[in-house]
Each structure stands twice: as C-alpha cells, then as structure tokens.
Design a protein around this ligand. Structure first.
Ligand code: PLP
Length: 446
C-alpha cells in the first residue's frame, strides 16, 4: 500500500507548487484549493514516440496516460476507461494537392465537437471514483454551446450523478440549443436570463456557497478540469505518430483556440516527446493571446461575440498552464505563435474551403485554415501542417449554409439526437433560483 503511494504521480497548482494532488483528487476537485489549475509535477517521456503499443486511439490512450494514473485509484481501470471514452475515430485526412496539408477531424463523437473526448473521459473516471456509499454528485456546467452538450451526453444515464447545464437564454444557436435540452433523465438544462458570464458566475458562486456544499457533492466539468485536458493529449499523439510513420517528419498543428485547453494538450503532447513541431494558435477577434505574444503584456478583457462563438474568450484560463511551463516570454514565443482572424476573413475562408477544396468547415476550423493561409510561404512548404477541426459544420449550419449555398448533411449521431424531445427550465441569473429549480428536480426523480 505504501509502495503505491510512493509511486503515485502528483499534480501541482499553477499558483502554489506545494499544493499537490493525485490524479483522482485533482479530477474531483476541478480547481486547486488556491484557485490555481493542476499541472503535472514532472513529465514522463515517450522519446520519438518509438516503440510501445500504439494501436487504436484507446490503446494509445492507455499507454500514454498510464504514468499519470499509476499508483492511484484509477490505475486498474484505465484500459476500460479509455475503451469507453475513445470509441470513435480521430482521422487525419489529407487535403489538397501539395501533400503537405491535412485535417485532424475531431468531430466524430456523439455531439460532433472535440469536447466529446474530454467530457467522456472525465465522466468515465468520475463514475469509477464513486464508491457505493458516495453522496449523489451534481455536475454543474456553464456553457456557451459545445461544452454543455458534450458533458450532458457523457454523463447521461450515469447512476448517482445529476447534471445541471446552464446556458444563456437566446444566446446559443438553435442547433446548439437542441443538443443542450434533449437529454432528460439525470440531465437538466437551465436557460438562464443573462449572459454566458452570468452562467459562469452562478457555477462559481455555488462552489463557494457553504449550504450548497453541505447539501450535495459538487463537481465542475469545465475545461480547467485536468480530467478533460489530459485525454486530449491522446489524439495529438495518435495524429503526430501517423504523420511520422508516413513521412518521417514532425507534424505542425494549427489549433482553433479560445480557453486554450486544446492547445495546451497539444503542447503537453510535445513535452512528452511526441513528434510535434510548430504549434500555431488560431484565435478569432478575441485577441488577448496574440496581443500578449506580441507585446509581452497580459491584458485579459471582456469577450466580443464572433462567428466562431466557442472561442469567444477574453481571459483564457489555461494561459496559466502555459505560463507555468514557459515562465518567460522568450520561451513562450519560441514554443507557440498565434494569429487573430476577424469574422469577414472567417466567412471568406469558409467559402474558399468549399470552392477550392470541397471542404465544409465550421467557423472555428475556418479560423485555423485562415491562419495556415497567412503563414509565410516557405514555412507552409517546409512543414507538415495539420489543421485541427474542432466541430462538425452542421452545428453551425445557420452560418455555414448561406456561405456555401447548400445544406450541410446531418451525421447519423446527430440525426438520432435531433429526434428527441427537448425541455428546459428558465431561471433568473441568481443562486436562489437555481437552487429552487434543482430541488424540484431532486423530488421528481428520486
Ligand atoms: C471549445 C471549442 C474551441 C476552443 O477550444 P479551447 O480548448 O477552449 O481553446 C474551438 N472550437 C470549438 C468548436 C469548440 O467547441
């Protein structure tokens, strides 16, 4: 027993490195007690990606994540967890004629966005961390669209777990709203009379409220949770290894970025020794990160609404993780570059992608494609570039269809979802309204 304790990998807070937790604890806590984000204390290495059982995505996940869960409560079930979480593909699809460009499609999961990977892994872990005598768990999630759908899908029908999805009433797309409100059972959706920031504030307030904490065990499924971030390393590992095997070159990734969870996963994969070259962060008009790389001043600000709405973040929380890894500006500048793409350029790129390559891109993926087009020619021609496609275009069909002049076909998984009835409860943007609404839920279902 004490041997297991000795070998358990530790994670430390980005704000105080003496605050550490094992993997299971870090998942259940979400945020470290000082408000910091958990990062690995040290990095296992997979040099050059050589050797090892790199087979399916699930096998890759088991191999890669084993050192992180070793000695902890999830060590024995890791392979079952990855088999359950990674049961859909993440193909690297070649694009165009020069043979140096490809797309990594991360939208083949149940809600058609990359957030399915992290949400499903987190749900599979939390379900196994619960004992027979655990208190019922309430997962609170504030969403501007994709996160809530992925989390609802991943936790739907899990015994002993309730999910409350909070979204800003009238501020998500009709397609997204369907995905947020079609679950029923243990998932309740709340249309909050307010903005996304109000939804996030409500979740934070609930966490700080003593009475809430007495009444129920709370967990957060937002992307600050290590249990959503670590599994995202897996598709970068698989994709970079497939490029390496085919071409013997490192893959360079262009990542559509908002809160930087997906980008940090890519950089962490490179840190583990996987064959990854340049990482480019493609932002929309929310330019906090590109401005920081240019000026060295970190200036978080209010977000502005754009076509690529899942990246409308003015104060990206995962920047803390990046700055812990690269404490000085010179290091961070050599580790990543960034660009900012306005709505007009996003529209133009969606049109061009369809016209020139027959690709239908969601606005987020189009941001990455535009960032690629803006790279200096010699950088484009010397690298093996992979555009990260974060969502299926049908999720944003209200934007995409008029630009390309045709309907976007619905994937099978969404056809089934869209056939379900929807329901949501409208609430005021205050904690008392949320508590009342949740209490009613409790008596209905149990
Ligand atoms: C969440 C999301 C992003 C942004 O990812 P981050 O990890 O927050 O940087 C990009 N595209 C889509 C479609 C998303 O849902």
């Amino acid at each position: 027993m004490s041997g297991a304790e000795l070998t358990e990998m530790r994670f430390k807070s980005t704000r105080d490195e003496t605050l550490t937790a094992g993997f299971g604890e870090a998942l259940e806590q979400g945020l470290a007690p000082d408000g910091g984000l958990y990062v690995p204390v040290e990095w296992p290495r997979f040099p050059g990606g050589a050797g090892g059982p790199w087979g399916s995505l699930a096998e890759t996940g088991t191999h890669l994540l084993a050192p992180f869960v070793e000695g902890g409560p999830l060590a024995q079930s890791l392979s079952a967890i990855t088999t359950e979480a990674f049961d859909f593909p993440a193909p690297v699809v070649p694009l165009g004629t020069n043979g140096r460009l490809a797309v990594l499609e991360l939208f083949h999961g149940p809600t058609a966005a990359f957030k399915d990977f992290g949400a499903r892994f987190l749900a599979a872990c939390l379900a196994r961390l619960r004992g027979p005598s655990s208190r019922p768990l309430t997962v609170l999630v504030a969403t501007s669209g994709d996160t809530g759908a992925a989390v609802a899908a991943a936790f739907h029908d899990r015994p002993g777990i309730q999910v409350a999805v909070l979204f800003p009433k009238g501020l998500v797309s009709p397609t997204q709203e369907r995905q947020l409100t079609c679950w029923g059972g243990n998932v309740r959706s709340f249309a909050v009379r307010g903005t996304f920031d109000d939804c996030q504030r409500l979740v934070k307030q609930a966490f700080l409220d003593r009475q809430w904490r007495r009444e129920r065990a709370l967990s957060s499924a937002n992307s600050i949770n290590l249990g959503r971030l670590l599994p995202q390393i897996v598709y970068y590992a698989a994709a970079s290894l497939s490029v390496w095997r085919l071409h013997g070159e490192r893959a360079c990734f262009i990542v559509p970025s908002g809160n930087l969870g997906n980008a940090v996963a890519c950089i962490w994969a490179r840190e583990l020794g996987l064959p990854i070259g340049n990482v480019v962060l493609a932002h929309n008009a929310n330019r906090t990160v590109p401005d920081f790389l240019e000026t060295g001043d970190w200036r978080p600000r209010a977000s502005v609404a754009t076509l690529a709405s899942a990246m409308d973040v003015g104060n990206p929380s995962n920047m803390e993780r990046l700055r812990t890894l690269y404490p000085d500006l010179t290091e961070i500048r050599s580790a990543v570059s960034a660009c900012t793409v306005g709505d007009e350029a996003i529209r133009a790129r969606i049109r061009a992608g369809y016209r020139e390559l027959g690709q239908i891109w969601c606005p987020h993926t189009a941001t990455a494609a535009e960032a690629y087009a803006r790279l200096p020619r010699e950088r484009r021609e010397s690298g093996r570039w992979v555009l990260v496609s974060t969502a299926h275009p049908v999720k944003f069909r209200e934007i995409v269809e008029p630009l390309i002049g045709r309907r976007v076909p619905l994937p099978q998984s969404l056809t089934e979802l869209f056939a379900r009835p929807t329901a949501s409860t409208e609430i005021e943007a205050d904690l008392a309204s949320l508590r009342n609404a949740l209490r009613q839920h409790g008596t209905e279902d149990h």
